[in-house]
Ligand binder design. Structure first.
Ligand code: FE2
Length: 227
């Protein structure tokens, strides 16, 4: 999502998806700190696994379309989540007004970025599809994931169902409006999830989410106009 010309995705995120409090949806943590150099660190092993997944699908124009690539990313997420040393203490920190994103690592070739998202109770993402492949695993606490279908005629997303996502739950989706969702923390305790996006680190805030209008929002606007 850089949309250096109007409107940028970041701008649209701010404009379209505010909490009722009027506060923005996400907070960026400080810039990427030095990444762990130790070969046994779980983040290093995660990067090694992702590099191997790309190598395995090197002949594909789009590795994310390969079933083996998806399986490898899912397995890498699950393995990383099983290691409590994955996150430094500071990377457990949330923000009061919106979920907080900590950039953990960025591929020097720009193929992926890894982030931890910290969700305080009641915080949620906007409804979105993705401009790139992405995967996540719940590290701590519990999230709820609402899924949507894309209504091409009405140009909006329609909610179909919501699933609880407990600690350890893993997901992988490809780019496009065939996979629309909203993640949030409906519990009373903080939650943390680990995400991998198929973008360079510098683009994580602008080239991942494809923010969408939602049917019930449009219906409410129409009802207000009629009433
Ligand atoms: Fe997403």
């Amino acid at each position: 999502m850089s949309h250096d010309t109007y409107p940028s995705t970041a701008d649209r995120a701010t404009a379209l998806h505010m909490h009722s409090s009027g506060l923005p949806q996400s907070r960026e943590a400080a810039h990427l700190k030095a990444e762990p150099a130790c070969a046994s660190h779980p983040l290093t092993r995660l990067r090694d696994a992702l590099d191997a997944a790309f190598e395995q699908s090197a002949d594909a124009a789009d590795p994310s379309q390969c079933a083996a690539f998806a399986l490898a990313v899912r397995a890498a997420l699950a393995e990383a989540a099983a290691d409590p040393a994955l996150l430094a203490p500071a990377q457990h920190g949330g923000a009061a007004d919106a979920y907080r994103r900590h950039l953990l690592a960025a591929d020097p070739h720009g193929r992926y970025a890894i982030a931890a998202l910290v969700w305080m109770p009641g915080q949620a993402s906007p409804v979105h599809a993705h401009q790139t492949w992405c995967g996540y695993v719940v590290l701590k606490g519990a999230l709820a994931e609402s899924l949507y279908d894309w209504d091409d005629a009405q140009q909006c997303a329609r909610e179909t169902r919501t699933h609880p996502r407990a600690s350890g739950a893993v997901s992988f989706v490809r780019a496009g409006r065939g996979a629309i969702h909203r993640l949030g923390n409906a519990s009373g305790s903080p939650a943390i999830s680990l995400h991998i996006y198929g973008v360079a680190g510098a683009r994580i805030g602008t080239h991942v989410n494809d923010l969408l209008q939602v049917a019930d929002m449009l219906d409410r606007i129409a009802e207000q106009a009629i009433g």
